[in-house]
Structure formats: C-alpha cells, structure tokens
Design a protein around this ligand. Sequence first.
Ligand code: UN1
Length: 509
Amino acid sequence: MPQSTLPGSAVTTAVETALEACGVDLATLGGSHEARSCLNGEVLVTLPLATEADISAAIGEAHEAYLAWRDVPAPVRGNLVKRWAELLQLHKADLATIVTAEAGKVTSEALGEVQEMIDICDFAVGQSRQLYGKTMPSERPGHRLMETWHPLGVVGVISAFNFPVAVYSWNTALALICGDTVVWKPSEMTTLSALAAHTLLARAVADVGAPTNVHKLLIADRAGGEQLVDDPRVALISATGSVRMGREVGPRVAQRFGRALLELGGNNAAIVTASADLDLALRGIVFAAVGTAGQRCTSMRRLIVHESVVGALTEKLVAAYGTLRIGSPVAADTLVGPIINKASFDAMQAALAAAVEQGGTVLCGGTRVLEDEFPGAYYVEPAIVSMPGQTGIVQHETFAPILYVMTYTTLDQALALQNGVPQGLSSAIFTNDLIEAEHFLSVGGSDCGIANVNIGTSGAEIGGAFGGEKETGGGRESGSDSWKAYMRQATNTVNYSGLLPLAQGVKFL
Ligand code: UN1
C-alpha cells in the first residue's frame, strides 16, 4: 500500500537542524562528497573527502593518542563512554532523524538504532571494571601463573550503510574502554549520520578531558578504506559489509599480520514446524523479512516451512504483506521505507528474475512504487517467492526485501536446508515442540552464530555476542566476551620460590 506523503526537501532542513543540534558546525562543511537522502535522492550536504595524507595523519594522531590513553585506568576510560551515552540519550531524536534521512529507516527503527548505541555504551561502562584475566595453579611450587589483558592499539572500523551508527558504536564503546583508539571509515552513503555520532563523541571527549585524538572520522572513498586496511599502525580492522568486501579485507590484513574482525553477509532462515504458533510466527517473520526494508545483515531471506502448514502460513503472509504501508519513513504508520539506491533495486529485480527462471513463483511484491513522485528514490513492495528448492539465487544474499519460501517433510531435511548455504549469521525455529527446539540448538542443529527459538532472525540484543560462521566471517562483536577481540592477552609466570624449577620436569644446568 504505497503512501505519497513524503517530506520532500523538508528532509534537508530537518537534517541540517539535527546536525547543528548534535554540535556540527555547518559552516565548516562543503566539498566534493555529496551526502544524499535515499528518501528522495536529494543532496543534503556536501563534505570534504579525506586525502591520502589526511588519512595517514589521522592514523598517526590516533596512534599517538593511544600511547596516552592506554595508561588511563580502564574504569576512568569508562567515564568517556558514559558521557557519550548521556549525549546520545539527549540527542536520540536528532541522530535518528539523520539515520532516517540517509538510510531510510522508519522512525521507530532509527530510534532503536540509537538506543542500541546507548545500550552498548552502558554495557561497555560496566565492562570497564571487568577486564578480567585468570589465575591458574602453577605446576611448580612458589610460582604464580596468570594472564593479563592489555590494550591493542589503533582499531580501524569500517561500517555499512544499513546500521550507520549502531555497529560502529559496538566497536567504539568497547575499543575505548579497552584502551584502544579508533579510526572510523563509515559507508559513503551514510556520512552525515557518522558525522553527528562522531561529533557527539568529540563533545564527550572534551567534557571528560580525554585525549582529543582517541577517535578520528574519515569521510573517505574505497581507496581510503584500503589505505586504512593496509596501514601497519592499525592493529585491528573491524569490518562490516559484503562477503566480497571481506574476501579482500581479510587476506590484506592477514598479509601484514594484523587482526581482522569480520561481520559479513547472512542468508538467514527460519524453520516453521507443524507445531508452531502460526500467528506468532507470522509477526516474527514479517518483522525480520521486511524490517529495515530487508536490509539488515540479520534480515530473514529464507523460510523453510513444514508441508502441513505451508498453505496456511503463506496465505497469512501474503495477506500481511498486502497491508504493509510503504513510503515516507517519517510518517507514523509507515513500516517500509525506501531501499538505499538504484544498485540495490537493480539487484532485487535481477534476483527476482533469476528466481522465476529457476522455477520460483512470485506470490506478491517486487514492484517499484512512488516512482513518478520520487524518480531518484527506490520504494519497493517487499516480495515473497515460492521456490522448488535451494539451488541458484537462493544461495546468494540479495540485500533487499525478498523472502524465499521452501517446504520440508522431516526436521533433518529442514536442518539440511537451513545449513545448506555458504553464509552462517542468523537462524530461527518456530515450534512449540521442545524436542524440535533442542535439536535446532544442538551441535547437529543450526550452524549459525545466532540461533533463536520463537523469535525471528533479526533484532538481537547487545548483551550477546553478535556474528556468524562460514562466509559471514567468524567475528564476534557487541556483548558477552567480545571485548577480548580489542585487547591482547599476556601470560605471566612469576617465580617467588628462590629456586629455578623448570616446567615439564626438565633438568638443565
Ligand atoms: C547488522 O545488520 O549489521 O540484530 C546489524 C539486529 C541488530 C543488528 C544488525 N541488532 O538485527
């Protein structure tokens, strides 16, 4: 159901007001980079692009700052993140306005994204008092064996357009409390969201008196990203994006023996069993498949349904898709905003054509709407496609709202389909059968980094570790003990015996 009440160039005014509220001085902007709104395709603001020399200088300054910051006690470092959270809370609506304008998220999801930043800051502040190392019993008398965790250095963060600020904040909040400094290259499609989040952090830095350069923002193109990846002064590259991007970043960082934390593509599925509560499943599926216009890493792309309920469920789904309000993400009742750009739209159309060619049937959606009103923006009806099997296009992550539906007879078949793709980020099962649920979570069940029961594939809380296996890249960010990725571990043996017994009973001298 397309809606045509879009704000037009009022978007630009709203973004300028929000940027100023966050502390950005608009007079200092201007340059060759055009920050656009995907709501209408308009240029919002222009920004200067960092040159090779700027990038090198930024990394150098961040490294200098690291040498001072690592000596600040971790709980004191936590004060910086605590202040950042306060400013994010104060400017939650401003930052959400900019996220909506650039990435097209509906207001509730944009506010949720900023809330996710505040949540990880809270988590990181607590973590700043819990950078625990273990003490182990030594095999030698009069010896102490223990481990300590030390800051790592400069962390390079490369982030994607779909979560323009939250995923970056997972990395930054933890890196800062761990004693690292951060150089951030955001997506070129969401540079204003980045500028606002960075400015709020710069204000927090000033407020608590932390070193100015603990955090640097690079508005840079692809070559700038490559420079960051290749610079040996950057200890860890944490990159979110496509598998194609990860295939380049991983080996380049490994080549110089740097560390990489990769969060790449997903091809997330839900299994719906015969015992599932179909109304609950319906809501979980629609949010996961359609939320953020199908542009989350965790978006549901495949539905594996027991043959006995597939008819009833697809009927409900097609009916629900028919009521989705598509249009201005700032209108209170909109659920589906625009997708990011023409390339995404073209990829979606190509995927739908391939699916039909491979025997699929489009049950609903796939059409562009509001084209006359907004020729420079891409509003699409989310699509559901019934597929006879899982070869071809279903193996690929298309970053757009397409849900492929397949059927199964036995749970083993369902699990084989669930795991039978190259990616391994998120997964779900809808069931009221304890045995099915436990099978899904067991070692022979889902092979993904995230496996949920009676919840969709997206919308994870920050408290758990976030990331996935196989082509998703293996990295873990956000909660649990992900902080360890941002530190180096040292093992210490202290001998207070006055003798020199050797381990493993070795006799020497
Ligand atoms: C992403 O899409 O890269 O679980 C991150 C979710 C969000 C984070 C998604 N909390 O959907």
